[in-house]
Design a protein around this ligand. Structure first.
Ligand SMILES: O=C(O)CCC(=O)C(=O)O
Ligand SMILES: [Fe+2]
Length: 453
């Protein structure tokens, strides 16, 4: 109350209203003074205004220049166009099993584009490799064309303790112990809570950025599409035909895809690549030091989130009976959060079940020392029952290839009306699940850089 009264008395309006009691000379002098003061005040006001105007002008110029600089930088750093020779080299070096996948019947070659485009489109709708390899007699001989590329083989895991308290624990099988070459290790606190939070935040912000448009939904074939639609009780399943796929792909057109949004369930993956953030470099080095997995054989870094009632069906990360050794030798997965219920990683052949725990790493080999995919590495992500699950995964290849760990060019097919349209890939119904991907474009590179992990 006291301070309120004080402020009232100090008000300029109140003091000027008390001038009636003063004598005339004083009044003339004080009026003159007031006039001078006013003029002075006006001049000062004018100066302040012009100073503000100048500052504003300068700020606008800086803003325009910064904006232009940012746009230029984005244009340079995220351009989706790769020179054709680089693009061809990348496509040439894809593992054979990815190239030899079933092609849609209605495929028409886009004019001026070679088979590379179709393979690329298919590659994107077959993110997960199927359990058995399509028959191919071709090995990885294409690599020999790249003179400056050193083939590097990775056929063992060499786990090392990180500190006295951070040690790998080998998980014992409860069945099939003699038939398997697979070794499974876990280490608590492989990543700090801060790193886990940063990755989840980057993932969430990127998912949000790409969720303004309905995803285009792709299947590994027509039968697969029908199986999924039946599973999710889509009443119009029998009306859908191969004509509803966009040309050259197994992706439903935008209209039908949008009708499935909210009806099908899926996990969501965003990816970043080696060298794209301080974290990716640090993490590659950390993994190499404490697991023996050579960073030259590592692919992209994939952050995946699972909502309730979503998991990933039983599968192998490598392709069984694949003659090509450019395949996923080992997997390192880090749980980024605790899951209230469900979401375990289960190795069904070995009777092993790992419960997600924030920061905990799970490391295993999928192939033997000769580069054969081991059936005993079959695993699944159990459905999340309560909560949400986040993981960071990276696959390390038995034999590397030039395109490994490089961001691939965005495919021209299927046609998309928005640059940020995401895709959902539903892989083989018996050994896959639906997963949402961000990788039509390169923008999230900026997100991951921003995180300063
Ligand atoms: O989420 C998990 O626990 C396993 C995921 C997995 O196996 C995969 O994405 O390949
Ligand atoms: Fe897997």
């Amino acid at each position: 109350m006291a301070s309120l009264t004080k402020r009232k008395n100090a008000s300029p309006q109140k003091s000027s209203g008390n001038n009636n009691n003063k004598n005339p000379t004083q009044t003339v002098a004080s009026k003159k003074k007031q006039k001078q003061k006013k003029l002075h005040g006006l001049a000062a006001q004018d100066m302040t205004r012009s100073k503000i105007r100048n500052k504003l002008f300068l700020a606008v110029i800086i803003y325009i220049l910064a904006g232009a600089g940012f746009l230029y930088w984005r244009g340079v750093s995220t351009s989706s166009e790769l020179p054709p020779e680089v693009e061809n080299e990348i496509l040439d070096s894809y593992p054979q099993d990815v190239k030899h996948i079933e092609m849609p019947k209605n495929l028409k070659k886009p004019s001026g584009a070679g088979p590379a485009i179709e393979e690329k489109t298919q590659m994107n709708s077959n993110e997960k490799m199927s359990k058995t390899a399509p028959k191919s007699d071709k090995g990885p001989e294409k690599q020999e064309k790249n003179d400056d590329f050193q083939v590097h083989i990775q056929n063992s895991i060499k786990p090392q303790p990180m500190s006295a308290t951070k040690q790998w624990k080998e998980i014992k099988y409860s069945k099939n112990s003699t038939a398997s070459h697979v070794r499974i290790f876990t280490m608590d606190d492989f990543l700090s809570p801060h790193e886990c939070d940063g990755l989840m935040k980057a993932h969430a912000s990127h998912v949000k950025q790409h969720s303004q448009h309905h995803p285009i939904i792709c299947f590994s074939g027509e039968t697969t599409m029908k199986e999924y639609l039946k599973h999710f009780k889509i009443s119009w399943v029998n009306k859908v035909s191969e004509n509803d796929f966009t040309e050259g792909t197994y992706c439903l057109n935008e209209t039908l895809s949008s009708k499935l949004d909210g009806k099908l369930l899926w996990s969501k993956s965003t990816s970043f690549y080696p060298g794209e953030s301080p974290f990716s470099t640090r993490y590659s080095e950390q993994v190499e030091k404490y697991t023996g997995l050579d960073q030259r054989n590592g692919g992209k870094f994939q952050v995946t989130s699972y909502p309730e009632n979503v998991g990933y069906k039983l599968h192998t990360d490598c392709t069984i009976e694949n003659p090509d050794t450019r395949d996923r030798y080992a997997t390192i997965l880090v749980y980024l959060n605790d899951v209230v219920k469900g979401g375990e990683t289960e190795f069904t052949e070995l009777g092993i079940k790992i419960k997600p725990k924030k920061g905990k790493a799970l490391l295993w080999n999928n192939m033997d020392t000769e580069g054969h995919c081991d059936v005993m590495s079959h695993h699944q992500a159990a459905s999340v029952k309560i909560g949400k699950k986040y993981i960071l995964q990276r696959w390390y290849y038995y034999q590397n290839f030039p395109a490994l760990g490089l961001r691939t060019p965005a495919p021209k097919l299927p046609l998309r009306s928005h640059e940020l349209t995401p895709r959902v890939s539903c892989d083989r119904y018996d050994s896959g699940s639906c997963r949402w991907y961000d990788e039509w474009n390169y923008d999230h590179l900026i997100d991951y850089r921003k995180m300063h992990l």
